[in-house]
Write a protein that binds this ligand. Structure first.
Ligand code: ASP
Length: 354
């Protein structure tokens, strides 16, 4: 018996156990029809325009990597999406820092930038890291200098809207500093501070694509965890965590609590499970379950031992099947296949309390 067989058998046993426990609820999205539905693009729920754009470019013959990047560029430039690019929520100092990675299936090449400031399209810079350097990732000041060398213009990415959201957090997240919310914001400022009111927020866009020739690419781009410690890097720019492609197997990506995805090599794990025979739905759910099982810190668990945070894994197989799964219910994925773009339900591990 080969090691592969053992691993596959162990994996199948574990997914069967999940299913038997009634927790595996496959997304309706599991297309059984294969590449004939291509081009196919999948994305996080904020990516309906992204998948439409990516699929239409692939229909016109664009390379899969160009297609996914053009798709996410729409959201990077949209000031109303506070999780990506322009208008993204800033770090704790009020400065927007962006992370992105890209991977091209046919060449198995990748590029990434992390903690880059003042550049609205980090995904384009990540692609240039792939194309115009011998490196896989460039961060911080070096990434900004690299982008400027390629003609990118600096721009303040903190919109007034995002600044006000950040300021509200700054003024209300602690009662042990000197920042106070405005008097008119509440009758009782102390009470508002004690409530701790505003949580950190996550948000990101991932897009994976498959063309009719069976080639795959992926991108993930984000402003990351809001109010993070400056320099914090999430999963999105980590190849193998925030996204990964193997042109013989599929493409995968993630959104949600990046620290949890990094600790479990999320996207790489999804692809490896698919390589061993798991469907996209089984692979996404197995990784979600693994992330939940590996969460040990009581600070991150509710009174039933379930993660207090959410993560979503997305997968697109070379044969055209696709799926997403999350820790908590009500997740969606955006899909374009057969020329139509829509939102579909993601599978989930735990039902959100009503
Ligand atoms: N995964 C991203 C990060 O941790 C954020 C998100 O997807 O919500 O930076």
């Amino acid at each position: 018996m080969t090691n592969n067989a053992v691993t596959r058998r162990t994996f199948l046993a574990s997914t069967a156990a999940i299913a038997a426990a009634g927790k595996l609820r496959p997304a309706r999205a599991i297309a059984q029809t294969g590449q004939r539905n291509a081009p196919i693009a999948i994305s996080s729920a904020n990516g309906l325009r992204t998948v439409e754009k990516a699929a239409s470019l692939m229909t016109d013959g664009a390379d899969t990597l160009d297609a996914v990047i053009a798709g996410v560029n729409i959201v990077e430039a949209d000031p109303s999406d506070h999780s990506v690019g322009l208008g993204g929520l800033p770090n704790e100092d009020g400065i927007v820092e962006l992370d992105s990675s890209v991977m091209h299936g046919p060449t198995h090449n990748c590029g990434a930038v992390a903690a880059i400031r003042n550049i609205v399209h980090p995904s384009r810079v990540a692609k240039l890291v792939l194309e115009r350097t011998d490196h896989a990732m460039i961060v911080g000041q070096g990434a900004l200098r690299f982008a400027k060398a390629h003609g990118f213009k600096e721009q303040d990415l903190l919109t007034d809207d995002a600044r006000k959201i950040w300021l509200r957090w700054k003024e209300s997240h602690s009662d042990r500093d000197d920042w106070l919310p405005p008097l008119e914001a509440t009758d009782d400022r102390k009470q508002s501070r004690a409530a701790g009111a505003i949580d950190f927020t996550y948000g990101t866009i991932h897009c994976s694509a498959l063309n009719a020739a069976g080639d795959l690419s992926a991108v993930t781009t984000t402003s990351g965890l809001s109010y993070k410690i400056p320099g914090r890097v999430g999963d999105s720019p980590i190849v193998g965590a925030g996204m990964y492609v193997d042109n013989e197997v599929g493409a995968a990506g993630s959104t949600g609590r990046g620290e949890a995805v990094i600790k479990n090599c999320g996207a790489f794990a999804v692809i490896e499970l698919m390589r061993q025979g798991a469907s996209p739905a089984q692979a996404c759910m197995a990784v979600i379950k693994r992330i939940a099982d590996h969460t040990k810190d009581p600070r991150l668990l509710d009174d039933q031992g379930r993660p207090k945070f959410d993560v979503k894994m997305y997968a697109l197989a070379k044969d055209g099947r696709f799926a997403a799964a999350s820790i908590w219910s009500n997740g969606k994925l955006a899909v374009s296949s057969n020329g139509t773009a829509r939102l579909e339900d993601a599978a989930y591990l735990h039902k959100r309390p009503e």
